[in-house]
Design a protein around this ligand. Structure first.
Ligand code: SAH
Length: 205
């Protein structure tokens, strides 16, 4: 799904430095005061808005590289009054270097772009170099949660996981949504409403 460029949303990111991080610094109080949870590819932020509200004991970082989309997410979070979320409106690739080993509590990948062409493999958020970075930055026993509707990305991801040291906690071909422990995303809503099965993999360091 492509989101049309929206000037107000791009401006919103620039005008709200209290939520949209302009320069990533892992030493900021926000990253030091509570355990930190990442969502990479947050889209318009439905998931992060809900999970962060339910879990004030964590601080969340929502990473979304499309500025219009990140702006829509920022507005939602500001209007909802979430205090424990920040948005990084750039490519996730830019933050790993800054983050020391074992720093992150858990990571969520929800409905990542499948990038079906082989020549775009490196952009898939479950490409081996990404998985290796997630493994490095996760704390011991830290979890990586992956949900997708895309069969190709699902099968690909399982193969990539074999190249890592992650332990597979669960792998469900047709994951039944559990409102007690999980939060719906915008894409998930859309795909579930047309009867698609959702695949979910949970990994542990
Ligand atoms: N998680 C949302 C959106 C899924 S679409 C949902 O489930 O509804 C995938 C999103 O990931 C897109 O908005 C895309 O811009 C973002 N994305 C893909 N690769 C990214 C990267 N390397 N860094 C940051 N965001 C990325």
């Amino acid at each position: 799904m492509r989101t049309k460029y929206k000037q107000w949303a791009v401006d919103y990111v620039d005008e709200h430095p209290e939520i949209a991080i302009q320069k990533f610094d892992i030493n900021d109080d926000f990253f030091q005061e509570k355990p930190v949870i990442f969502e990479i590819g947050s889209g318009k932020g439905e998931f992060i808005a809900a999970i962060s509200l339910a879990h004030p004991e964590y601080n969340y970082l929502a990473i979304e590289r499309v500025k219009t989309v990140a702006g829509m997410m920022c507005r939602k979070l500001v209007e909802q009054g979430n205090k424990n979320v920040k948005v990084f409106p750039w490519n996730a690739e830019l933050i790993f270097e800054e983050i020391k080993e074992g720093f992150v509590h858990s990571i969520y990948l929800n409905f990542s772009d499948p990038w079906p062409k082989k020549k775009h493999e490196k952009r898939r958020l479950t490409f081996i170099t990404f998985l290796d970075q997630y493994y490095r930055i996760l704390q011991s026993k830290g979890r990586l949660y992956i949900k997708t509707d895309n069969d190709g990305l699902y099968e690909y991801t399982k193969e990539e996981i074999k190249l890592t040291k992650f332990k597979v906690i669960s792998d469900e071909e047709n994951y039944e949504f559990d409102a007690d422990t999980d939060f719906i995303t915008e894409y998930e809503n859309k795909f579930r409403s047309v009867g698609k099965s959702i695949h979910r993999i949970i990994l542990e360091k």
